[in-house]
Design a protein. Structure first.
Length: 218
């Protein structure tokens, strides 16, 4: 009886955890749809239609930055772009005057290292994983502030950082991770000094890569 009750309690706790994770992901999606107008955050996820007026918009085909443009967003998708005088909001729409600021989609960087928190990667391999995560959160926040909404980490980040961003624990762009880089002993992923080469390969939990000497060690 006690074992059955324990299993039921475990299943119930697991269900609560899954629900909390789903709620966190939903909140994160809404957070990624937020914009800031004059310092006040506005969630596009809760709006049906939003009109941004008096914006500078880049015409990528002609290579020109066009002024006094309007961008109409419906259900988080851009549906119309044109002169401010030609696109009007209805009474139900939200409208924001950008005052001539540049409006553009989020940037994507396909090669980053969000855990490269020090130029001395060898010393970084001695850090605490929790300390590295704290440093990575600062890097991620800076990327988001510079306009990047999606980044691809080529080595270093793992699913834990991606989950932290997705659940809104860290402010940052969507994180696509590739795991650790691989290199041979003495290569760019081997931060050990000569006195530590006798240790098992990949002893560090905070390095960007792991030592892999040949196919058999993959």
């Amino acid at each position: 009886m006690r074992r059955g009750a324990s299993r039921r309690a475990s299943r119930e706790a697991s269900r609560r955890d899954r629900k909390a994770s789903r709620d966190g992901r939903k909140a994160s999606r809404e957070r990624h749809a937020d914009v800031t107008i004059s310092g006040a955050p506005v969630s596009l996820a809760s709006l049906t239609r939003t009109l941004f007026t008096n914006a500078a918009v880049l015409d990528a085909q002609r290579g020109e930055l066009l002024g006094d443009q309007a961008v109409l967003v419906e259900d988080e998708r851009i549906v119309e772009v044109g002169d401010t005088a030609q696109i009007r909001a209805s009474e139900e729409d939200r409208s924001f005057d950008l005052g001539g600021r540049t409006l553009m989609p989020g940037l994507i960087d396909c090669h980053v290292h969000v855990t490269a928190a020090s130029a001395n990667l060898a010393s970084q391999s001695e850090w605490s994983p929790m300390y590295l995560a704290a440093r990575a959160s600062v890097i991620l926040s800076g990327m988001l502030q510079r306009g990047f909404t999606t980044v691809r980490d080529a080595a270093g980040a793992d699913f834990g950082l991606a989950m932290a961003v997705e659940e809104g624990l860290f402010a940052g762009p969507r994180l696509i991770f590739g795991g650790r880089a691989l290199s041979q002993t003495g290569g760019h992923a081997d931060g050990r000094s000569r006195g530590r080469t006798a240790l098992e390969p990949g002893y560090s939990y905070t390095d960007l890569g792991s030592v892999c000497d040949g196919v058999d060690q993959l």
